[in-house]
Design a protein around this ligand. Structure first.
Ligand SMILES: Cc1cc2nc3c(=O)[nH]c(=O)nc-3n(C[C@H](O)[C@H](O)[C@H](O)COP(=O)(O)OP(=O)(O)OC[C@H]3O[C@@H](n4cnc5c(N)ncnc54)[C@H](O)[C@@H]3O)c2cc1C
Length: 305
């Protein structure tokens, strides 16, 4: 019997675990991936907005966090696949068959990038479908790129690539870009950037490498093809709530709904970080929520707080 089972080892889950250690709670963190860090592992830009620490990218930030983790005393299982969770009884069954039991559960499963769900996406994943313009900028020099999405992330990536790529085609569903004005003003005048509003990418085409995307414009009867050698998808994120969303109150986008203590509608089940924060996901928000949940649990169990 553990005091707390924490699902997910991104900034939220790790902060919660550090606080559990400080408060004398017995915590076990379950992480499905091989490594901890969550989205930190895919941040290639500098992190300069976390109070009292900055880093040149997410991995450097994770290294700072890891110094604290090494000194703390809690259990962490990576590569751990969960088969089922019963939130009411706080029982978790792993795919290995092992059963875990706790007094409280903290859900810290974060979000993942939304996928397009079109032919070619899986086939070219990790090759011609880019991870990050910051990371891949040099190898993309001289290539034609298609960016799908109309928000800040799409716009920022388009501007990063526009000076090294002959053409950057931005395809988005909306009538106007949702990105902040600072970005859109630069994009509209840029000689390399072409914007297709009210349009969707319906296929990513090519043999061994991406050769083209198929674009369907609203009101057009047929799609047309545009030659590109790489694609970047920035169409938002979705919460990792499939495991338990039937047992909890979630909002329309399937994010977990919590109160001011980060508790869900199920007693002693908490949700922290991006999985419960659709409007303002940040590292500081995630770590702060981890602290709150751990302190609430400790006070209910009459531990130090
Ligand atoms: C490119 C990029 C740049 C960013 N820049 C900044 C920035 O400058 N400043 C800032 O404050 N924020 C930034 N963010 C946002 C920040 O990274 C997130 O707000 C933060 O990582 C959220 O932490 P989290 O722990 O809630 O979720 P995540 O980081 O998403 O971690 C969730 C963890 O849960 C695990 N998990 C999911 N499902 C399961 C399961 N079923 N079982 C076990 N484990 C599971 C995942 O594998 C992952 O490790 C950026 C994000 C991105 C993608």
């Amino acid at each position: 019997m553990h005091d707390v089972l924490i699902i997910g080892a991104g900034p939220a889950g790790l902060a919660a675990a550090l606080w559990c250690d400080e408060l004398g709670l017995d915590a076990l963190v379950l992480e499905q991936a091989e490594a901890v860090g969550g989205q930190l592992l895919s941040i290639y830009n500098p992190i300069e907005n976390y109070p009292a620490a900055s880093a040149k990218n997410g991995r450097e930030f994770l290294a700072l966090l890891s110094e604290r983790l090494d000194a703390a005393d809690f259990d962490l299982w990576t590569n751990t696949a969960i088969e089922s969770v019963d939130l009411k009884t706080k029982r978790i069954v792993l795919q290995s068959g092992e059963q875990l039991q706790s007094i409280s559960i903290i859900i810290a499963t974060g979000v993942r990038r939304r996928q397009l769900g079109v032919p070619g996406e899986t086939e070219f994943a990790g090759r011609c479908i880019l991870e990050s313009a910051t990371r891949d900028r040099e190898q993309l020099a001289g290539k034609d790129v298609c960016i799908v999405g109309g928000g800040d992330a799409a716009a920022e990536n388009a501007l990063l690539l526009a000076d090294v790529c002959p053409t950057v085609t931005v395809v988005h569903r909306g009538r106007t870009l949702k990105a902040r004005r600072e970005f859109t003003e630069q994009m509209v005048g840029h000689h390399s950037i072409t914007i297709f509003p009210e349009s969707v990418v319906t296929r990513i085409l090519g043999d061994n490498e991406v050769e083209a995307v198929e674009i369907l414009r609203k009101d057009a009867l047929k799609p047309f093809q545009m030659a590109v050698q790489a694609v970047l998808l920035r169409i938002g994120v979705e919460p990792n709530t499939e495991l338990f969303r039937e047992q909890l109150t979630v909002n329309e986008q399937k994010y977990v709904v919590v109160n001011g203590e980060h508790e869900t509608n199920v007693a002693n089940v908490f949700a922290i970080g991006d999985v419960a924060n659709p409007l303002a996901p940040t590292i500081s928000g995630a770590t702060g929520a981890g602290a709150t949940a751990a302190k609430v649990i400790a006070s209910r169990l009459n531990r130090r707080n």
